[in-house]
Ligand binder design. Structure first.
Ligand code: EMZ
Length: 385
């Protein structure tokens, strides 16, 4: 089996029942596995709520390690829409020339350093660094801050061998408290300062709300972006012809990025809390229990995607839900897309071949399913073109 092959563990359950079941810290989850059901449920925020106790819609649940509500993803309409209206313009800045230019530089430098090494681990020596450095653009903070973030490792709430790590989470919370106080005293043009000076519905944002937005910005785009980068590189290592194809046809790159997001689905699922006794896929679901929208399974739904288990680099019709769906679609998607598009362009121009030396898969255990979501490490040689 190829390094970059990610078989879909949900196929049989999706086709036969449309549902999967997993326990999570005694708060079980009914997983919705079909694209149609995932979409329908994502729309229905009245019955399938995001604004539950902070941390509960995340799987594994973060209820035990977090009190701060992450905004906007743990809110429902209309408050959700009010915050999105404030945040959307800021999170669209990656489309601006100046931002793109800085991102080009970051990626050029990361590739330059990497090709000068005899070999490197893509997870910790490439993807983590690139994600952290690019995040300084999204926050509009000094580049130097990325050094601190790199030292935190790939996930801000989890550490090796521990699903949830309160001590680790506290490092992020303390850091954000300090940054928010700093911005309150000496405002700059960074995201902290801009948010502290903003209003929603005529009310100035509180420090707690600003912290909720920042936790999401740090945590939501961390392991997801790192996995997307690493898995895409694994694919290009397995498929040198794809690297050549992208080099010859850079017009394919946007389609290729969407296809990687569909196939790898860096975020497996997101939960909802059921507000009233209801039914999902002919299964009775009680009030105050959890369901999940399983993006990873929906993205392999054979009813919508032809050759769903293959990467078709130039797939034209690709209604994937890798960035979520409906009003909760990913706020950081513009930033993530720009990173991946730029990365594919630069790799295709500057790298002639990628050789995998060693790797360890990162497998999520989800009740009856085991899902490969990325790598703990992926040691490669990047050959300069
Ligand atoms: C939460 C989540 C957001 C959660 C869109 O996803 O990402 C997870 O990685 C975090 O652990 O807290 O931010």
């Amino acid at each position: 089996m190829k390094v970059s092959e990610f078989t879909c563990p949900f196929a049989h359950a999706r086709q036969s029942k449309g549902l999967g079941f997993m326990d999570d810290q005694n708060d079980p989850v009914t997983m919705l596995l079909r694209l149609k059901d995932v979409r329908k449920t994502a729309h229905n925020w009245k019955t399938f709520q995001s604004g539950a106790v902070p941390g509960r819609i995340v799987i594994p649940s973060e209820v035990k390690i977090r009190d701060t509500r992450q905004i906007p993803f743990e809110l429902d309409p209309p408050a959700h829409g009010d915050f999105r209206a404030l945040l959307d313009p800021w999170f669209k800045r990656p489309l601006e020339d100046e931002y793109q230019h800085k991102l080009d530089n970051i990626i050029d430098n990361v590739i330059d350093k990497s090709t000068s090494l005899a070999s490197l681990d893509i997870v910790t020596e490439f993807a983590l660094i690139l994600q952290s450095q690019a995040l300084t653009l999204l926050l509009n903070t000094p580049f130097e801050e990325s050094k601190t973030w790199i030292s935190w490792g790939t996930h801000v709430f989890r550490s090796d061998g521990e699903a949830l790590d309160a001590n680790k989470a506290n490092i992020l919370y303390d850091y954000l408290d300090k940054e928010i106080d700093r911005a309150a005293e000496n405002p700059t043009d960074d995201l902290y300062s801009v948010l502290l000076a903003s209003e929603v519905n005529g009310k100035q944002l509180s420090k707690e709300e600003v912290k909720g937005i920042l936790i999401l910005t740090f945590a939501g785009g961390r392991d997801t972006v790192i996995n997307a980068i690493t898995n895409s590189i694994a694919y290009l290592a397995d498929h040198p012809e794809a690297l050549e194809q992208l080099k010859q046809n850079p017009d394919m790159i946007n389609n290729a990025v969407e296809e990687f997001i569909r196939y790898f689905s860096p975020l497996t699922q997101m939960g909802r809390v059921v507000t009233t006794d209801t039914e999902v896929c002919e299964h009775a679901q009680k009030a105050d229990t959890r369901v999940s929208l399983c993006w990873a399974s929906a993205n392999r739904d054979e009813k919508t995607f032809e050759r769903a288990d293959e990467i078709v680099l130039d797939r034209k019709i690709n209604p994937h839900v890798g960035f979520g769906f409906s009003h909760h679609n990913c706020l950081g998607a513009t930033h993530a897309r720009q990173i991946l598009r730029t990365l594919l362009l630069k790799l295709s121009q500057q790298v002639s071949a990628i050789e995998v030396i060693d790797y360890k898969e990162n497998i999520e255990e989800l009740g009856e399913f085991n899902r490969k979501v990325g790598f703990d490490n992926l040691r490669v040689v990047l050959h300069r073109a």
